[in-house]
Design a protein around this ligand. Structure first.
Ligand SMILES: Cc1cc2nc3c(=O)[nH]c(=O)nc-3n(C[C@H](O)[C@H](O)[C@H](O)COP(=O)(O)OP(=O)(O)OC[C@H]3O[C@@H](n4cnc5c(N)ncnc54)[C@H](O)[C@@H]3O)c2cc1C
Length: 495
């Protein structure tokens, strides 16, 4: 028998051991899910888990009569109701102290696809993925949705979400009709021309104007696009984007800004989706492949310093490899999300989004660069990602974040979870919000409430109309959530 030392001198054996080690390590990268939701001993939390609250009970939505009875009962008894989709909002938007929470996920049928009119009618607890599966055989796709298809329709309309489309306006503008269970318990069909103007408040209404039961949405063709990618400097982006808007061949677009130390906020890459003239009714929805590899890359980037530089280089390399390839519209609208899961108990990853007018981007970014530390040494405030999307002017909703054509900067931030650490992150985010307001910008409301009330009032000057209509249409204040009490219900002092 060969002695063990002679095995260890064999380079193939050593290589085999190294490979085995890498494979075992790789397969053991945990793909955990965040623990949040509605069933933790009557405590509700949302995606960040930062705002736990005791609720009275959760009702899984079964049918409209059941929901109507709950709303009518609440009007008589003074109970409060909150509405929850997939709870990816991060500021207590889906629950309220001692409230009855309607869990809409079980109310999720696709009711009709109208091929001729290019519309889909769907219950509000369905996800965009459910809709995509139903419309693909007809060669159809959504006009506007988030960059991922994991969210519910009701949750997305209630924040008036946006994504990679640059041609169809706001999500609100793609809604034809809604069946609404009003705060007083009536079931109404509402549309844009309806004299009572419900849509202005229900869309982007954060579940405060009743329950969206089902909705009819406009669709478009499931085009096949050619992907164009390019690396540019941040100060070239404004002009680059104006060109994109002027050339009709581009249907969708987004960009990413470097947060790596050596090119912090200076480099970007852009991705355009250009028409090929072909429409697809066969290509299946892409699955999340290589989750472990993507998670490993992101976890390496999360370490900061040279490792973040390495992550940025890897991303650029990957994006470059997509140049010239093709993809369907439905698949552009479902980018991966599982690899982003972050489950460390002593810190949290949150999102913030700042909107600024397109023509002020360049000047704004110079100011953001002065505001944020680029050295990555602040262990308690790390920026892991910034993407840029175009957000078209919206004139349909009252709590409107885009009163003109804007860019949305979606920022992924990691910070600690004790009081001091949250306060530290809040200070930076408040300064960033002030800067954004100086540039006639706004910030997005589905996220954690770092902003002061005054910043909210300045960003959303129609808040008082929203509040007035809320008290008119929901006289018993039946629909409640933590976001509403934080910012709108009481006109408090500035935090
Ligand atoms: C990883 C991640 C990526 C994101 N990407 C984007 C993006 O690309 N673009 C973008 O715009 N946003 C984005 N968001 C924000 C996201 O769009 C919102 O948080 C959206 O509300 C999530 O949908 P949901 O089903 O989880 O809604 P929930 O969080 O469950 O609910 C959101 C709001 O809608 C209300 N609501 C839910 N269902 C109904 C109903 N049937 N009737 C009435 N009210 C209802 C709730 O009361 C609540 O106020 C992202 C969030 C995360 C966490």
């Amino acid at each position: 028998m060969q002695p063990i030392t002679s095995f260890l001198q064999n380079k193939w054996f050593i290589a085999f051991l190294v490979l085995l080690f890498v494979v075992i390590t790789f397969l053991n990268i945990p793909i955990e899910k965040r623990k949040y939701g509605l069933s933790q001993s009557n405590l509700a939390t949302d995606y960040t888990g930062l705002l736990p609250e005791k609720i009275q009970r959760v009702v899984k939505a079964e049918n409209r009569i059941q929901l109507q009875e709950i709303v009518r009962d609440a009007n008589k008894t003074g109970k409060k109701i909150s509405v929850a989709g997939l709870q990816h909002s991060q500021g207590g938007h889906t629950y309220y102290k001692d409230s009855v929470v309607l869990d809409m996920k079980t109310f999720n049928k696709v009711l009709e696809v109208n091929e001729e009119e290019k519309t889909v009618t769907v219950e509000s607890g369905a996800t965009w993925e459910d809709v995509q599966k139903a419309v693909i055989p007809y060669g159809l796709a959504l006009k506007v949705t988030q960059s991922q298809s994991i969210f519910t329709i009701g949750g997305s309309l209630s924040v008036n979400a946006h994504g990679r489309d640059i041609r169809f306006g706001s999500m609100a503008s793609t809604v034809k009709q809604i069946t609404l269970l009003t705060p007083t318990g009536e079931i109404k069909t509402i549309s844009k021309n309806d004299r009572e103007e419900w849509m202005k408040y229900v869309l982007g209404g954060y579940g405060l104007f009743g329950v969206i039961l089902d909705v009819t949405l406009e669709l478009t063709d499931n085009h096949i696009y050619t992907i164009h990618t390019q690396e540019i400097e941040t100060d070239e982006y404004e002009n680059y984007f104006m060109d994109v808007m002027n050339r009709e061949k581009t249907a969708m677009h987004y960009a990413r800004i470097s947060v790596a130390t050596s090119s912090f906020l200076e480099e970007m890459y852009v991705i355009d989706y250009n028409y090929t003239g072909k429409i697809d009714n066969k290509t299946p929805l892409k699955e999340e492949n290589g989750v472990r590899l993507s998670k490993l890359a992101l976890d390496i980037g999360r370490q900061g310093g040279v490792l973040e530089d390495l992550f940025w280089k890897t991303q650029k390399h990957y994006i470059q490899s997509l140049d010239g390839t093709t993809i369907t519209r439905n698949n552009v609208m479902r980018s991966e999300s599982t690899f982003m899961e972050f489950t460390k108990s002593d810190s949290v990853e949150v999102l913030q989004e700042f909107f600024i007018p397109v023509h002020l981007f360049d000047e704004y970014m110079k100011n953001v660069k002065n505001l944020l530390p680029s050295n990555d040494k602040d262990q308690n405030f790390k920026i892991h990602n910034i993407t840029v999307r175009y957000v078209a002017k919206d004139d349909q909703t009252t709590l409107n974040y885009a009163s003109e054509d804007m860019f949305g900067l979606v920022v992924l931030i990691q910070h600690g979870v004790n009081e001091k650490e949250i306060a530290h992150a809040q200070e930076i985010i408040k300064k960033w919000t002030d800067l954004t307001l100086e540039f006639n910008g706004t910030y997005y409301l589905p996220y954690y409430p770092y902003q002061t009330k005054q910043q909210f009032y300045n960003s959303y000057p129609n808040w008082a109309i929203f509040k007035l209509e809320k008290s008119r249409r929901d006289p018993n204040e039946v629909f409640q959530n933590t976001f509403y009490t934080n910012y709108i219900l009481t006109r408090g002092t500035v935090r």
